[in-house]
Design a protein around this ligand. Sequence first.
Ligand SMILES: [Zn+2]
Length: 243
Amino acid sequence: MSNFAYEDKERKNKVFANELNISKHQNKFFCPNINCNAALVFVNSSNNREAYFRAIPTKEHNKYCPYDHKNEPTFNNSKYIEETFNFNEVAKYIILGKGKSVKNRLETLPALYRMCLSKALDDSYNNFKIFKILFNKSSLKFFNNFSPCVIECTFLSYTNKGEKYRKNNKEYEVKLNQIKVKFPNNHIVTLYFKDETLYKSIRGIIYNYANIPFVILAYWKYKENSIYTYIERKNQFYFPKNL
Ligand SMILES: [Zn+2]
């Protein structure tokens, strides 16, 4: 279920369910997820604001498509006051636990992720462009090493602190627990954990997510050819539930 879709396979002509011209009601539309082959139809409603797009049964969303409401609940816009949102403050609040909670502000990672999915990448939420908040397969062309940023990652491997490895005939020891993940553009990224308990907890969950994207919000550091971050809190992760 999505409140917007595209008229063309290239995802250039965006249409919103609540603005759709009545003559277009019989058309088939494309899912906002560029990796999804669903054919969407417009579902009208007596209340125009509740109109949406759903996949036809013969061309359903791909297995983990976040625009399939079975995978991801839709964003409940009425719960929040958009004007209270500032992405940098909310990111700091989620990543570092710094700053105060603001009444009716969108300030959790699942809500932030769902809000981004409810909009097109070049839309905004309180003047913050969605493509600067969320990086996924559909936003490859926009991405410019944004930090902080919400990124759909996939799990690659983990290395425990104290493990030995050899490089140039010398032996080294891993100093911090680390998990390697892959960005939507296939860049390999290292997550460093200072907290052992947090590391073990995340490692236990992430292990079940082979090839299934999950979401991380972090201050990403881009240094020469490597990308890394220090993970501070569990709130930085969001694992879609329906495996
Ligand atoms: Zn889809």
